[in-house]
Write a protein that binds this ligand. Structure first.
Ligand code: COA
Length: 330
């Protein structure tokens, strides 16, 4: 049987115009630029306008990806949106995006929540659906308005997150050895409490008290998350390389989830891949969850950091706690 693989036909991203600097954050909570930069590497982040929803950012990123792929909305028959911040709990934001983009009605549309690993999970899902032969071209979007679930009075979290969206257009290729050549996903479901929005779901529906207590905002045990993140991302990277008989030095570019520069540096050290081969934009975006990898991927492509024949490794980690890696050959 002829080989069929999923290939990236185009990428796009969108960052809201408003930039929130560390200096501004020092006026909102008891923190300092020095603390934020030394602990996380973050210098600024983009924040969506009050009337700008996740779907608006997703649509902008998707339009850029379609233009890059020289395709139109009519060419898409599958839409997967990775997000933890849909416009509203129901319906799926993918349906709102479908309408705003003018996609056909006979397009499969759904959301996927694997938190910061969401884009890698969505890439794997779309790849399986495309290589099944039942779909031809997919739009996979990672989009987040984390500012909407951030407690701006909690200095331990509010300095870390940002808003934005990234998108890819996927198609299939019969050329052997190119495209999404492997993915690996997993989760530590026994650690859900380390990073969560504790109330507002079915186990604790929102009440006036829970809202007053800020329990519908993101809560994180940063130190514990840090340790598991480093281990999980290193393992996810190592395992996928081993599985495909590749050495770390054969990877031209690693695009890690952008949560914290120290996490990225630790992975670089453990994998023995120099930092020059890691794409880093956490300093300008903070952690944008599902959007972080597709934004970084789009920037890296536009900056010429990815050439034909290169191997790129995506590696992610997020609430759940989920993790995932994907290996792409261009
Ligand atoms: N400004 C100044 N001080 C702060 C602060 C801030 N924004 N946030 C916390 N602190 C204080 C703490 O209160 C603590 O003070 P104490 O020692 O008096 O109790 C001190 O700084 C150290 O806090 P700690 O949490 O131990 O810092 P840390 O070195 O672990 O760094 C994180 C904190 C959040 C940056 C780090 O744990 C981290 O990045 N974790 C992973 C987070 C992540 O990536 N999550 C997303 C995964 S997808």
């Amino acid at each position: 049987m002829a080989s069929v693989s999923t290939v990236i036909l185009g990428t796009g991203s969108y960052a809201p115009a408003r930039i929130l600097t560390n200096a501004e954050l020092t006026k909102m909570v008891d923190t300092s630029d020095e603390w934020i930069v030394s602990r996380s590497g973050i210098r600024e982040r983009h924040i969506a306008a009050p009337d700008e929803a996740t779907s608006d950012m997703a649509v902008a990123a998707a339009r850029a990806a379609l233009a890059d792929a020289h395709l139109t909305a009519a060419d898409i028959d599958l839409l997967i949106v990775a997000t933890v911040t849909p416009d509203m709990p129901v319906p799926a934001v993918s349906c709102i995006i479908q309408a705003k983009l003018g996609l056909r009605t006979n397009v499969a549309c759904f959301d996927l929540n694997a938190a910061c690993s969401g884009f890698v999970y969505a890439l794997d899902t779309a790849s399986a659906m495309l290589t099944s032969g039942r779909y031809r071209r997919a739009l996979v979007i990672g989009a987040e308005k984390l500012s909407a679930i951030t407690d701006w009075k909690d200095r331990t979290t509010c300095v870390l997150f940002g808003d934005g969206a990234g998108a890819v257009v996927l198609g299939v290729s019969h050329e052997p050895g190119v495209g999404v050549i492997g993915t690996q996903l997993g989760a530590y479901g026994d650690s859900t409490d380390l990073l969560c929005v504790p109330k507002g779901g079915s186990s604790f529906p929102a009440t006036a008290e829970s809202i007053a207590a800020g329990d519908h905002f993101l809560k994180m045990k940063g130190k514990e998350v840090f340790k598991i993140a480093v281990r999980a991302m290193e393992e996810a990277a190592r395992d996928i390389l081993e599985h495909h008989h590749l050495r770390a030095d054969q990877i031209e570019l690693v695009i890690p989830h952008q949560a914290n520069l120290r996490i990225i540096e630790a992975i670089s050290q453990y994998l023995k891949v120099p930092m020059e081969r890691f794409y880093v934009n956490v300093d300008r975006f903070g952690n944008t969850s599902s959007a972080s990898i597709p934004i970084a991927l789009d920037e890296a492509r536009r900056l010429g950091r990815i050439k034909r024949g290169d191997y790129t490794l995506l590696v992610a980690f997020g609430a759940g706690l989920t993790y995932g890696s994907a290996l792409i050959r261009w």
